[in-house]
Design a protein around this ligand. Structure first.
Ligand SMILES: Cc1cc2nc3c(=O)[nH]c(=O)nc-3n(C[C@H](O)[C@H](O)[C@H](O)COP(=O)(O)O)c2cc1C
Length: 160
């Protein structure tokens, strides 16, 4: 296989952009990160699969909490995606400078995002440098209608 072709071809996979958030129940630690490796993979039960970097804080916390939230970014929210490339900071009750709230089911929800869903972790497959996390969708919320942010329109790449 030719490395350059492989890279080019894998970068032709279409993605959206999301903020994955996790909170542990006991210590109430929160981690959040921008992700694009996400897809629904079953109707019944409603399942999604997410590629989560094994050396990230999000991965460490979601192994413990067994629950995570996917905040869906709207078409004009590239700035939010950018704010979650780095470490998670909570200051003045904001997460990396964005307002959030905690749901009854321990979801961490960004107020500005148009929608979100929460998942219980069902399986974690740790083959590569990112683990494949299978989550069952157990809660969903819509703040407002919006077109989602597509990776292609940002000019960024994460894949190849
Ligand atoms: C465009 C872009 C897409 C990303 N997609 C993913 C992804 O799908 N999964 C993932 O684990 N990390 C992804 N990352 C990396 C995380 O955003 C980053 O490692 C994480 O926010 C750092 O979190 P930590 O403080 O928990 O280590 C992506 C980064 C960029 C710049």
């Amino acid at each position: 296989m030719e490395e350059q072709i492989k890279k080019k071809v894998l970068r032709m996979i279409s993605y959206g952009l999301y903020i994955l958030t996790v909170k542990t129940v006991e210590k109430e630690e929160i981690a959040a990160g921008t992700i694009n490796w996400l897809s629904q993979c079953s109707f019944k039960p409603p399942l999604v699969m997410v590629g989560v970097k094994k050396d990230s804080n999000s991965y460490r916390l979601l192994q413990e909490s067994k629950h995570f939230t996917i905040n869906i970014l709207g078409k004009d929210q590239k700035d939010i995606a950018q704010a979650f490339f780095g470490p998670t900071k909570i200051e003045n009750q904001k997460l990396n400078n964005y307002e959030y709230y905690i749901t009854d089911s321990n979801g961490v929800v960004l107020k500005d995002c148009p929608s979100f869903f929460e998942c219980d972790v069902k399986h974690i497959y740790g083959e590569g440098d990112h683990a494949v996390v299978i989550g069952e969708v157990v809660e969903a919320g819509l703040h407002r209608e919006d077109e989602p942010l597509y990776m292609l329109t940002t000019g960024w790449f994460y894949g190849g």
